[in-house]
Write a protein that binds this ligand. Structure first.
Ligand code: SAM
Length: 356
C-alpha cells in the first residue's frame, strides 16, 4: 500500500494563496471590462478624489452599482481610496494602465482574450477529446479584437522607434520607398504604424480572416492612409508575388499549420537585398526556462488558440506560442534562408532579422 503523501503545510498555504490570487484576477478582469466599457475610468482620470455619486454622475451610471464597483477596485489596488473623505481617485499611473488608450501599458481591451477563451470552452473541450483544430475565425469575436489591442501597445511603443532601426539598413529603404508585406496582419495596427512613419513606401496586408481585414480597412481609412495601404484576403503561403523588400510576420508564424511553407513563400517573394522581420512572443528554447508569468499567459493562449489554429490548417508543424529562437531559426533554415539574427527583444516579444 502506498503511504499517504506528507503535506508540507507551508507549501500548501503558499500555493493555495497563489491560486486564490489567480481566482481574484479573474474577477478583477470582469471589473476592468465593466469600468472600461462604461467609461468609469475615463470619468475618474485627471479628476482627483471624487465621491461615488460624482463618478456615477460623470459616467451616467446608477450610483449603487458604481459604489460597489469602486470598492472592488479599491480593494484590488486599481484605484486609491481616501478614508477620511470617503472619496476615490484614479492615480496617474493607474490612469495610464486603465484610462489612456494610447498609453503603451493600456490593458482593458486585452481582457477580451480570456473572455473569448471562456466563451469558447465547449469547442476547446471537444478539440482536446477529438484532436481536431479550431480556426482563428471560429472563435468568439472578442479574440481578434483583444489580441489586436494587446499587441498594439507594444507595436506603438517599439515598432518604429526600436525594432525597424534594429534591422540593418531597413529604415533607409523605407524612407526611400519600398513595397512591404504584412503577413497575417489582423486589424492592421502594425501596417498602419509603418505607413504613418514612411510615406514613400507602399504597404500590403494579407490575412485569411475577412472580418479582421474589414477592421484593418476601417482603421486605415480613419487614419487617412488608405492610399498607402491595401488589404487582401490571402494565405501566408500564397499572397501575390511582389516582390517585397520587407516582409513582416507579426505574431503569426507560430499560428500557421505549415510555417515552413510560409517561409518558403517569403523567400520566393522577397526582393534582392530584402529583409524578413519576424516578431514572435518572447520565449526561451526550453520549457524549463519558460516557467514565468509571461510564459504562463502565452502557453495558455497557445493551448486554446495558436495550437488549435495550426491544427485546423493541417498542423504539419505546430510550433505553439513559446517556440523559442532555435525552432524559429530552423523554420527559416528549411526554407533556404541563411541569415537569422535576434535584432531586439522586449518582455513580450522576440524580434528577428532574416535574410536569404
Ligand atoms: C495572433 S493574430 C496576429 C495579428 C496581427 N499580426 C497582430 O500582430 O495583431 C494571427 C493572425 O494570423 C491570421 N492567420 C492565421 N492563419 C493564417 C494564414 N494561413 N495565412 C494568413 N493569415 C493567417 C489570423 O487570421 C490572425 O489575424
Amino acid at each position: 500500500m502506498l503511504d499517504t503523501p506528507k503535506i508540507d503545510e507551508a507549501r500548501l498555504e503558499a500555493f493555495a494563496t497563489r491560486a486564490i490570487g489567480d481566482l481574484t484576477a479573474g474577477y478583477t478582469g470582469v471589473m476592468v471590462s465593466i469600468g472600461s466599457k462604461l467609461g468609469l475610468y475615463k470619468a475618474m482620470a485627471n479628476a482627483g478624489p471624487l465621491s461615488a455619486q460624482e463618478i456615477a454622475s460623470r459616467a451616467d451610471c446608477a450610483e449603487r452599482y458604481v459604489s460597489e464597483w469602486l470598492n472592488a477596485q479599491a480593494a484590488g489596488g486599481y484605484i486609491a481610496y481616501h478614508g477620511l473623505s470617503g472619496t476615490y481617485e484614479l492615480l496617474p499611473e493607474q490612469a495610464m494602465v486603465l484610462a489612456d488608450e494610447d498609453s503603451p501599458v493600456y490593458i482593458p481591451h486585452a481582457w477580451n482574450v480570456p473572455a473569448s477563451m471562456w466563451f469558447d470552452e465547449p469547442k476547446t473541450l471537444e478539440a482536446f477529446r477529438t484532436g481536431k483544430g479550431i480556426a482563428w475565425g471560429e472563435h468568439d469575436g472578442r479574440l481578434s479584437c483583444g489580441s489586436a489591442a494587446f499587441y498594439r501597445n507594444g507595436y506603438r511603443a517599439s515598432l518604429v522607434p526600436q525594432w525597424l532601426p534594429a534591422l540593418d539598413g531597413v529604415v533607409e529603404q523605407l524612407e526611400a520607398g519600398i513595397e512591404v508585406a504584412d503577413v497575417g496582419c489582423g486589424y492592421g495596427h502594425s501596417t498602419l504604424l509603418m505607413a504613418e512613419a514612411f510615406p514613400n513606401s507602399r504597404f500590403h496586408g494579407f490575412d485569411t480572416h475577412p472580418a479582421s481585414l474589414d477592421e484593418a480597412r476601417q482603421n486605415a481609412a480613419a487614419a487617412g492612409l488608405s492610399d498607402r495601404i491595401d488589404y487582401t484576403v490571402s494565405r501566408a503561403d500564397d499572397y501575390p508575388d511582389g516582390p517585397y523588400s520587407l516582409i513582416c510576420f507579426f505574431d503569426i508564424l507560430h499560428d500557421l499549420g505549415d510555417p515552413v511553407a510560409a517561409a518558403r513563400h517569403a523567400a520566393k517573394t522577397l526582393a534582392p537585398g530584402g529583409t524578413v522581420l519576424l516578431v514572435e512572443p518572447f520565449a526561451h528554447d526550453h520549457v524549463k526556462d519558460n516557467l514565468s508569468p509571461v510564459a504562463q499567459l502565452y502557453y495558455s493562449a497557445s493551448t486554446l488558440i495558436c495550437c488549435a489554429h495550426a491544427i485546423s490548417e493541417g498542423g504539419s508543424m505546430v510550433l505553439g506560442a513559446q517556440a523559442g529562437q532555435a525552432r524559429l531559426a530552423e523554420v527559416f533554415r528549411k526554407a533556404g534562408f541563411t541569415h537569422f539574427r535576434r535584432a531586439a527583444e522586449t518582455p513580450f516579444n522576440l524580434i528577428f532579422e532574416v535574410r536569404r
